[in-house]
Unconditional design. Sequence first.
Length: 140
Amino acid sequence: MSSFFCEPLESTAIAMANSTALCLREALQNQHVSVELLRDRLNRSQRQLAQSVLEFVEMHYTLSKRSDSSFWRDYQAKGLAAHQQAWIERYKHAPSGKRFELSDVKSVFGEFGMFCNLSYAMMFYGYGIKPAARHQALTP
């Protein structure tokens, strides 16, 4: 678990270690595939996994309204990356009844991302970001 650290939740480190073990197991079982292809796929999966965790945590820090230290102010001043902002806009302006599926998350954050659509929805909801169509439907 000490090979990667970006946030203090041990559960994320455990999930990353588990994902890495599963990817390694898959690679070792595919003896009919060249070692180079397996190596490249494993490396790509680990880069995407780590990047998805970093970006998820970064979104939390950037969306936070905290301003009690330079840490929080620096993240808010930095802002979100274009694809992160696009993901939020896509979520906010979803057609009524549209559900975001895992394929939606993978199209933005990669095939091997750590977090699913519900993880993003809960983060957005916690920061007051709601889909406009559903929010309007609930307003009397």
